[in-house]
Write a protein that binds this ligand. Structure first.
Ligand code: UDP
Length: 457
């Protein structure tokens, strides 16, 4: 295998350039930049087109060219918690700036002509732009394949009159989506419920006519789902994941990582620490936050907790921690605003991950052999959590109301009981499959075929 870490940036593959366009959300930017690193190491010249909103840090990627385009977001649009509304408006506002930017790039006499564009699947408008320039568009989908199917099923269920789901039906299995229950469906609250269906039907339609789809997953994990996907979407697919494993350091972080937690972890016993983090968007109310705090305190296990500013709605940072909490934990816990998560998960002291089950977090945990406590909030997180607990059996699901006693019990099940040890054995087994897939299995082959595919344009 050609070493993907070889820096081939100076000897560009047949002199070709790839233009990448990440969606400006943390869970989408990092995988796209990781993909750019891989393609750069394979000899392609890289241009990143990005919005002003949540723009990536160009100084961390001196080998790439960065071009910023206007996104037209108002202050309130940029700070909304309504992700569906945000993605919907971005898909309108960015059409002209993206088209103009691409037109300029194509007319510039670049040393390396553009082979194709690679855009996040959520940028559905880019298919029409690519078609108008007769340029191939490859799509990067940053979720799992099975959660993609769950989204794809929503419009079908709606047509059959499945919604709204009654309270009494929440535990029932969803037709044709075993093992999902009705309460696991990836519904996302939005100002206009129709936005979700409209957005996803555009995404599916434009994936179908794209020149290929890159998945941040690996074949050995989602074999049957990939086969079904191939039957419904007859386009080339490249399950090359885990994208973050090709290069050691993550460089796509929008927030500053507090690395003090790594030295704190080094003072803890092997596999003793529960890492607690809910990604870049999830938010709790004060009661839930307080329950979490007391659950951690009562469990008596060491923990590293990421309390992102904004994690508790309406609060600055730690002011809503309950009185007496810090005294109770007696130095057993360490709290930071943002952690170098992949390094935390890979640290020998980390023994469990209490997560919201965003796909990146879930996949990063699998890749380091760390079992999980699943506390999904919305969208595909609930689907990922169901797979973690019911299919791979590598986690404990907190399905009911967030209550400190429940959290304490879940922590002890994972970190102390024999049940937790069995989960750790199973996730270690998956980690070995990941390593093998990258070395000589599905991901290795998928990356080789992606490189030939791009080189053929
Ligand atoms: N992350 C991080 N530090 C933190 C918390 C999260 O670097 O303190 C990273 C994490 O490694 C992952 C991403 O942020 O790559 C979160 O993506 P995910 O899909 O899990 O959740 P989202 O933020 O999209 O809800």
């Amino acid at each position: 295998m050609e070493n993907p870490r070889d820096n081939g940036a100076t000897k560009h593959r047949k002199g070709r350039r790839v233009v990448l366009f990440p969606l400006p959300l943390q869970g989408h930017i990092s995988p796209m930049l990781q993909l750019a690193n891989i393609l750069c190491s394979k000899g392609f010249a890289i241009t990143i087109i990005h919005t002003r909103f949540n723009s990536p840090s160009s100084s961390k990627h001196p080998n790439f060219s960065f071009i910023s385009i206007s996104d037209g977001l108002s202050e309130s649009e940029a700070s909304t918690a309504d992700v569906i509304a945000l993605v919907t408006v971005l898909n309108v506002n960015c059409v002209l700036p993206f088209r103009n930017c691409l037109a300029k790039l194509l007319s510039d006499s670049l040393e390396e002509p553009v082979a194709c564009i690679i855009t996040d699947a959520d940028w559905h408008f880019t298919q029409a732009v690519a078609d108008s320039f007769k340029l191939p568009r490859i799509v990067l989908r940053t979720s799992s394949v099975f959660s993609f199917f769950a989204y794809a099923t929503l419009p079908v269920l709606r047509e059959r009159g499945y919604f709204p789901i009654e309270e009494s039906q929440l535990e029932e299995p969803v037709p044709n989506l075993s093992p999902l229950k009705a309460k696991d469906l990836p519904l996302i609250d939005s100002r206009d419920p129709e936005d979700l269906y409209r957005l996803f039907s555009c995404i599916f339609k434009d994936i179908k006519v794209s020149s290929g789809l890159i998945w941040n997953t690996f074949e050995e994990l989602e074999q049957s789902e990939l086969i079904t996907f191939g039957q419904e979407f007859p386009i080339p697919v490249f399950p090359v994941g885990p994208l973050h494993r090709y290069f050691p350091a993550s460089t796509g972080s929008l927030l500053t990582e507090d690395r003090s937690c790594l030295s704190w972890l080094s003072t803890q016993a092997p596999k003793s620490v529960l890492y607690v983090s809910f990604g870049s968007l999830a938010a709790f109310d004060e009661t839930q936050f307080e329950a979490m705090a007391w659950g951690l305190a009562k469990s008596k296990q060491p923990f590293l907790w990421v309390v992102r500013p904004g994690l508790v709605r309406g609060s600055e940072w730690l002011e809503t921690l309950p009185n007496g909490f810090l005294e109770t934990i007696e130095g057993r816990g360490h709290i930071v605003k943002w952690a170098p998560q992949q390094e935390v998960l890979a640290h020998p002291a980390t023994g469990g991950f209490c997560t919201h089950n965003g796909w990146n977090s879930t996949f990063e945990s699998i890749c380091e052999g760390v079992p999980m406590i699943c506390l999904p909030c919305h969208g595909d997180q609930k689907v990922n959590a169901r797979y973690v607990t019911d299919v791979w059996k590598i986690g404990v699901h907190l399905e009911n109301r967030l209550e400190s006693g429940e959290i304490e019990r879940a922590i002890r099940r994972l970190m102390v009981d024999s049940e937790g040890h069995e989960m750790r054995d199973r996730v270690m087994n998956l980690k070995e499959k990941v390593d093998l897939s990258l070395r000589q299995g599905g991901s290795y082959r998928a990356l080789e075929s992606l490189i030939s595919h791009i080189s053929s344009f």
